[in-house]
Design a protein around this ligand. Structure first.
Ligand SMILES: NC(=O)c1ccc[n+]([C@@H]2O[C@H](COP(=O)([O-])OP(=O)(O)OC[C@H]3O[C@@H](n4cnc5c(N)ncnc54)[C@H](OP(=O)(O)O)[C@@H]3O)[C@@H](O)[C@H]2O)c1
Length: 227
């Protein structure tokens, strides 16, 4: 055992469940949260502060200590900006940014007391490249990157680290239902000429988690999209 306790929020997402598997293979003790999945774990609706608070209290009661959290839930409101109303924007920000803020709010006191803790937020290259027809998603992921930098600034003196991981195109999860022709077109864009698998992302998320000087940054995993 590496004796590290990891909370995975959004463990029922395709990438989240790959992260749980990868973490367990690396001897983390994992507790996952989900809103509607059927995996073992805790219920957490990240749009409810009460739900976030009680899941974190339960995780602390079960584990005694949380060393790190990976935040994976996301919602995309699709449509062009002139056709999207305020609700489309608030829904995306509620899950992608404010949910992460709620998790941070309830974990930071615990991390301060422990004089250590890691926040890893799963962002997206959409944060820096935009996402065609999904501006609320892209903007909320950019704000998530900024949240990580702010947590790093404000709490680094307590040995609390925060960063984001920005995957490019992943064959699964939110893109699972894309038509094959569209996936083939997307796969031409990265230098590696293929989409990432959820396991590729999970491997990177867990491999970076324990890096003691890593904070306040956004790490790209895009197969060479930006190059
Ligand atoms: N797939 C990609 O190409 C790609 C690329 C870059 C980044 N990412 C990021 O990777 C992460 C995982 O995405 P995925 O592709 O694996 O997507 P996914 O399988 O579609 O999962 C999305 C997850 O968000 C959860 N969620 C939505 N609203 C929630 C709420 N109110 N409370 C709690 N959970 C909520 C969903 O839970 P329920 O099922 O219970 O609703 C679901 O588990 C996301 O942050 C996404 O932005 C994905």
């Amino acid at each position: 055992m590496n004796n590290k306790n990891l909370l995975v929020v959004g463990a029922s997402s395709e990438i989240g469940s790959a992260i749980v598997r990868q973490a367990e293979q690396n001897n983390y003790q994992v507790i996952g949260t989900q809103r509607s999945g059927s995996m073992p774990g805790l219920f957490m609706d990240v749009t409810s502060d009460e739900s976030v608070k009680s899941a974190i209290q339960q995780a602390l009661a079960d584990f005694g200590r949380i060393d790190a959290v990976i935040y994976a839930p996301a919602l995309s409101s699709d449509g062009l900006i002139h056709a999207l109303d305020d609700n489309a924007w608030s829904n995306a920000f509620d899950v992608n940014l404010f949910g992460a803020v709620r998790v941070a709010r309830h974990l930071i006191p615990h991390f301060i007391k422990a004089r250590q803790g890691v926040f890893q937020f799963v962002s997206s290259t959409a944060a820096v490249r935009g996402a065609t027809g999904a501006a609320p998603y892209a903007c909320s992921k950019a704000a998530l990157n900024a949240l990580a930098v702010n947590i790093a600034h404000d709490y680094g003196r307590f040995n609390i680290r925060a960063y984001t991981v920005m995957p490019g195109y992943v064959d699964g999860g939110m893109l699972a239902d894309l038509p094959v022709e569209k996936k083939t077109l997307l796969a031409r864009e990265p230098s590696l000429k293929r989409l990432a698998t959820p396991d590729n992302v999970a491997h990177f998320c867990i491999a970076t988690l324990d890096s003691p000087y890593l904070t306040g940054t956004a790490l790209t995993l895009d197969g060479g999209l930006s190059g």
